[in-house]
Design a protein around this ligand. Structure first.
Ligand SMILES: Cc1cc2nc3c(=O)[nH]c(=O)nc-3n(C[C@H](O)[C@H](O)[C@H](O)COP(=O)(O)O)c2cc1C
Length: 254
């Protein structure tokens, strides 16, 4: 777990970090932001958004983007967006990214994945309500209806678009192909100014709920592999790149 502290000589208590904290664990106190309520997942959205670079993660400060090769810059500066403008990005941009995602690697070149795009706030809200109904009826993820009552929505974050990717369970690499395709689409969307956030809650609910599967057009023999929220980001964007540890890798040389 990442130890998050705030440099009091830099923090101006603007509250940006509190607003961006995905699960509402960060609170503002007289002494400044406090992560004491627990449950912090170390995503470092607080460090990415802080205009004063006051957040320290295990004592390390975030870096302001400098000059990177453009792909490296895209990979490092992408952050999960959870605050969206209500109008969806145009359909052409989304279709362009999905078409290009067909160039992602795919086991045996099967490209068996299919997308379902839920387009527009009204359509997304209908899907969210169906998902919450499923939670209430089945007891799955009981925290979600409770969070919804408090106005917290980690399922869709108010996004105007959801992109689901699904594939037959008996394809060569079910899941992997879909994730590669959707991640390719994600990076392309981000490169065109669309904000994104993976939607694990929604994926699990869509895979389980018969009503959602029907709404999304997912056949019986297919698994819902992944889901992405997308939309134009609202408000000020991220200005820093949070410190992430180096990769833990085992190197086998002989
Ligand atoms: C498979 C997967 C599922 C996720 N599900 C959710 C989700 O349901 N709701 C949410 O707000 N964020 C979700 N996230 C976003 C992660 O919390 C986020 O990627 C992580 O904290 C790192 O932050 P960053 O994307 O800004 O670097 C998910 C990410 C992944 C990869």
């Amino acid at each position: 777990m990442v130890d998050i502290t705030f440099d009091p000589s830099q923090c101006v208590k603007c509250g940006a970090c509190v607003r961006v904290c995905p699960m509402g664990h960060l609170v503002m106190t007289d002494a400044g932001p406090d992560v004491g309520r627990g449950g912090c997942m170390g995503c470092l959205q607080c460090a990415a958004i802080c205009p004063r670079d006051a957040v320290r993660a295990d004592g390390k400060r975030a870096t302001v983007p400098e000059s990177f090769d453009s792909l490296e810059a895209l990979v490092m500066s992408r952050r999960s967006v959870r605050s969206f403008k209500p109008e969806p990005p145009d359909r052409k941009t989304i279709q362009w990214a999905l078409d290009r995602a067909n160039y992602a690697p795919s086991g045996k070149n099967q490209r068996s994945h299919r997308f379902t795009v839920v387009y527009g706030r009204e359509a997304v809200e209908a899907v969210r309500q169906t998902a919450l109904d499923y939670c209430r009826q089945s007891g799955f993820a009981p925290e979600l209806p409770k969070l919804a009552e408090k106005g917290v929505d980690p399922v869709t974050c108010g996004a105007p678009v959801l992109i689901f990717c699904w594939s037959p369970r008996d394809s060569v690499n079910p899941g992997t192909d879909s994730v590669l395709a959707l991640e390719t689409a994600e990076l392309l969307l981000v490169s065109r100014g669309v904000g994104t956030c993976w939607a694990g809650y929604m994926r699990r609910l869509a895979d389980r709920s018969p009503a959602l599967r029907e709404k999304l057009g997912v056949p019986e023999n297919c698994a819902v592999d992944c889901c992405l929220m997308a939309g134009r980001p609202a408000g000020g964007g991220f200005v820093n790149i949070p410190a992430r540890p180096p990769a833990e890798a085992i190197w086998v040389d002989r």
